[in-house]
Design a protein around this ligand. Structure first.
Ligand code: F6R
Length: 234
């Protein structure tokens, strides 16, 4: 796992854009995308470039259960607002939060991922080490599945809703194995709240207790962060 630390947010996000451009220039056409606060400045920057995704396919990591695509806090809405309306892809896939049968929906999504293997996967990280919505304890062999969100994840995401009660309790997420199949992974860990989990990730204890540590066994992962190494640490 390579790590690059930035003292300027602008440089960090410019580097992330450059990494995506480089992947595209090297032939990447299938992109796994993430949502969340960390990704907003990235998508804003991408929208200001002339990057053309019109021959590419996107897959989102996850979607809340129970929210329509038109709901302002659904990830479908987020993606249209922050990226896809301005930078359309040939096709963009997300799990369907309103699917009637979770088993059918997770099989459908995983099937699409296997049909269009990911060249590139963008990741944020939760304070509890989740990637996608793979909460601590998720099997590293997991495929796309239905999850019950941890209370800490609901609390962290409550800032986007008018109250914690409105935060869905379940979500669909790509599994750890679905993520690990991507050829190249770019993880952004931004902000002081991510310091502890970043340290755990970089300490590379490979443990399902910290889902992101699965990445330590991936051959092509780049982590970008604004967090500097703490001085005087033995
Ligand atoms: C979102 C996702 C999550 C977020 C993580 C960090 O699609 O998969 O794993 O990346 O919760 O969220 P922010 O960026 O809001 O801190």
């Amino acid at each position: 796992m390579k790590v690059k630390r930035f003292s300027s947010m602008d440089d960090l996000y410019s580097h992330a854009v450059a990494t995506i451009v480089e992947a595209k220039n090297n032939g990447a056409t299938t992109f796994g995308l993430a949502t969340g606060g960390t990704m907003e400045p990235l998508y804003a920057k991408i929208c200001k470039t002339d990057i053309d995704f019109s021959h590419c396919i996107s897959f989102n990591l996850d979607e809340y259960v129970g929210l329509e695509a038109t709901h302002e806090q659904s990830y479908a809405y987020y993606m249209n607002k922050h990226l896809l309306n301005q930078k359309p892809f040939l096709a963009s896939y997300l799990p369907d939060g309103l699917a009637v049968d979770p088993l059918v929906e997770t099989a459908r999504y995983e099937g699409l991922l296997q049909q269009y293997p990911l060249d590139f996967q963008l990741l944020g990280i939760g304070q509890n080490g989740h990637i996608g919505f793979n909460e601590p304890g998720t099997s590293f062999a997991s495929l796309t599945h239905l999850v019950t969100l941890e209370e800490s994840t609901r609390q962290a995401n409550a800032r986007f809703f008018s109250s914690i009660d409105e935060v869905p309790r379940q979500a669909y997420t790509m599994g750890i194995q679905s993520i690990m199949r991507a050829k190249c992974i770019l993880l952004l860990a931004v902000g002081e709240a991510k310091r502890e989990v970043l340290e755990r990730l970089l300490a590379s204890d490979y443990t399902e207790d910290v889902p992101a540590t699965a990445l330590s066994k991936h051959p092509n992962v780049m982590v970008l962060t604004d967090l500097q190494e703490e001085e005087n640490k033995l």
